[in-house]
Design a protein around this ligand. Structure first.
Ligand code: GLU
Length: 299
């Protein structure tokens, strides 16, 4: 794979627990999309939210990816190694008047239902360790076309408001770190779960502020159980059993609507991934997904 590859994708797990079936689907989709385009596939550990990190989870995620044949190109980046870069960028945004300190508490903001009302915009609060930092969203409307979900539009200021890039507890917010790292790693294609669709306008706004071209996006539908249906232990929210990796990979390909031929069942990980990389077609996925286990599509 050359460094000039026009496609760079990534999987960016948070080490807050085991890699479960849902996150395997996200990893697999981003991997297959990258490999289908002869691209580079990176793995980045998003471990900034220290209180959410579970000891051992980062290694467990990497081991599980490896057991499923999802081997990344190059080194795994770890966000906690990059604190100085985030701090410099936050300071630069403050110096440019694009971000400001905020001392609003959770209870101050409770009546506004998640939309920041701009309370601290003009207060010019000084730096203080317990102040959050928010980015200005004045007049911003974000529009983009997701490869699967289609057009998505958000009036950022009215629907979200100035959002946090450094939390009150000093932790750099996911929104900023993910954008800075995707820029630094030259990521051209973000393939991830649709739970993050709603975050994308905030991220696009940051791309604009940081003067970098935005990647393409593909948000894959989340697997939800049908009402009353229990996911089996193998596919539930527990860690994946890597001794069953071949079977689980086959199920994952079917869950991604790739219609793996029945003859691929029981094939090696390598064979399944080779078949799936060649035939990868994300547009087979429905925009929203509710997969009853017994009717996973195979051909
Ligand atoms: N770290 C985020 C998560 O695990 C995903 C980041 C991303 O793919 O943009 O939910």
């Amino acid at each position: 794979m050359s460094a000039t590859s026009p496609y760079i994708g990534r999987f960016a797990p948070t080490p807050s627990g085991h890699l479960h079936f849902g996150s395997l689907l996200a990893a697999l989709a981003s991997y297959l999309d990258a490999r289908h385009h002869q691209g580079i596939w990176l793995v980045r550990m998003e471990d900034l939210d220290l209180p959410r990190n579970k000891p051992g989870a980062a290694q467990q995620i990497l081991d599980t990816l490896h057991a499923f044949g999802l081997d990344q190109d190059g080194e795994v980046w770890v966000q906690s190694d990059r604190q100085a870069y985030y701090a410099d960028q936050i300071q630069a945004l403050i110096d440019q008047g694009q971000a400001y300190y905020c001392d609003c508490s959770r209870s101050d903001l409770a009546p506004f239902q998640g939309i920041y009302p701009g309370t601290c915009r003009e207060r010019h609060l000084p730096a203080a360790p317990h102040h959050a930092v928010r980015v200005l969203t004045k007049g911003s409307t974000c529009e983009f076309v997701d490869r699967l979900q289609g057009p998505f539009r958000q009036q950022l200021e009215a629907e979200v408001g100035d959002f946090v890039i450094r939390r009150r507890d000093g932790i750099v917010a996911y929104q900023l770190a993910v954008v800075m790292d995707d820029i630094a790693q030259g990521v051209t294609d973000v393939v991830r779960g649709a739970d993050l669709l709603d975050s994308t306008p905030r991220q696009l706004w940051l791309y604009k502020l940081l003067g970098a071209p935005a990647p393409r996006y593909l948000h894959i539908p989340l697997v939800v159980r049908q009402q009353g249906e229990k996911l089996s232990k193998r596919l539930g929210s527990a860690g994946l059993d890597i001794t069953l990796a071949e079977d689980t990979l086959f199920t994952a390909l079917a869950a991604l609507y790739q219609r793996p031929p029945a003859t691929l069942r029981g094939a090696s990980i390598r064979e399944q991934l080779a078949w799936a990389s060649r035939h990868w077609d994300p547009l087979r996925l429905p925009a929203t997904l509710e997969v009853p286990q017994e009717s996973l599509p195979i051909s």
